[in-house]
Design a protein around this ligand. Structure first.
Ligand code: SAH
Length: 340
């Protein structure tokens, strides 16, 4: 069956033309798909072709703080994780872009399963739509306001579908998310950062940095062998010059690995004079390795030192701890089932 969420607004128009229906009704199609608007007369004859697909829910968990984590089952049996987080400023969905991941970062549970296949834009849309429906079933006026591509997978290893997704999810007649509320996170695929700098959509870019030197970064992120910090920072400067948008650097803090004051100094040296901001993420321990989260004292010492050095930063607030909400954890628990 055709997954309607795969189509851009322009494609919906083309499709209507092929059915000899005026393309102006594309907005009714989108409002039907995304806003529960019933179909009206010109579209009724094609009603069956406009059937709304869903993702099967394998497991859904809700945390004490309201975070909801869903394991969806795709049509071919693969399981993917999607997380909904509630903040005072809005509702964020953390979207998965691939089944498994080939980047192979040593600390990350998502990469324990190699990439099995790419997700389509329609499958990414459905993750958001299903969370949006859930919010509306609780309170009619609540909706998804932000999307982060920080679930399983490397978005820039699935570039075309991810960019297509961002176009669909921001369309004014669809879910209509503000481009500035969408964030793509990459482990640092340099050519794609450059390509992304030239896209017309003003969405945010986050880069998983996690270490301030090549030596340390190569140890924990093997992608650094292909794209060194020098190459990465060149691409960052290109992006900053082209888009004039601030970049976010993610930096997980791992106990006694990358969290000493001298690391904070090296990080400040690397980032000073660049329009950026650092998101410090206290490491979420996973069973598969020995990395640990630093003590609260070490975390605040690192944060304070960066601030003193004039680098804008925040420490990410943790949600959903009681439901294994961290990266790949829930899926890892069901890993055997993904092997079809
Ligand atoms: N592949 C993309 C998006 C994936 S995950 C990327 O690398 O950016 C989003 C963020 O969570 C990344 O910064 C990733 O490095 C981080 N992450 C992975 N495992 C983690 C863990 N156990 N604890 C905290 N952050 C983790």
């Amino acid at each position: 069956m055709l997954n309607w969420y795969q189509n851009t607004f322009e494609e919906a128009k083309d499709w209507l033309r092929s059915k000899e229906i005026k393309p102006i009704h594309a907005k009714d199609v989108f409002r039907h798909l995304y806003r529960h608007q019933p179909l009206t007369s010109p579209l009724l004859p094609i009603q069956t072709e406009l059937s709304i697909p869903e993702l099967a829910i394998h497991t859904a968990l809700v945390s004490k703080d309201g975070t909801r984590k869903v394991l969806f089952k795709l049509h071919d049996g693969y399981l993917i994780e999607t997380v909904l987080m509630r903040y005072s400023f809005g509702n964020i969905v953390c979207v998965t872009s691939q089944v498994g991941c080939n980047i192979g970062c040593s600390f990350c549970a998502s990469g324990l399963i190699k990439r099995q296949r790419q997700l389509t834009a329609g499958e990414m849309m459905l993750q958001v739509k299903m969370m949006d429906d859930y919010l509306q079933s609780e309170a009619p006026r609540s909706s998804v306001t932000h999307v982060v591509l920080m679930g399983t997978g490397e978005p820039f290893d699935n570039y075309e579908e991810v960019v297509r997704f961002t176009h669909i999810v921001t369309h004014p007649h669809g879910l209509a998310l503000a481009p500035k509320h969408i964030t793509i996170s990459t482990a640092g695929i340099v050519p794609k950062i450059r390509q992304f700098a030239l896209e017309s959509l003003p969405i945010n870019l986050a880069i998983s940095l996690h270490a301030p030197t090549n030596e340390l970064r190569t140890k924990i992120m093997k992608i650094n062998q292909a794209f060194s910090l020098e190459k990465l920072m060149d691409a960052v400067d290109f992006y900053l010059a082209k888009t004039r948008r601030r970049i976010t650097f993610e930096y997980i803090l791992i106990d006694h690995l990358n969290d000493d004051i001298h690391h904070a100094d090296q990080l400040a040296d690397l980032l000073s004079n660049r329009d950026c901001y650092v998101n410090l993420i206290p490491y979420n321990a996973v069973m598969e390795n020995d990395y640990r989260r630093p003590s609260p004292e070490r975390i605040s010492a690192f944060f304070n030192h960066l601030m003193q050095r004039g680098i804008l930063c925040t420490v990410r607030k943790e949600l959903g701890h009681d439901i294994a909400s961290a990266c790949g954890q829930l899926r890892a628990q069901y890993q055997h089932e993904t092997q079809r």
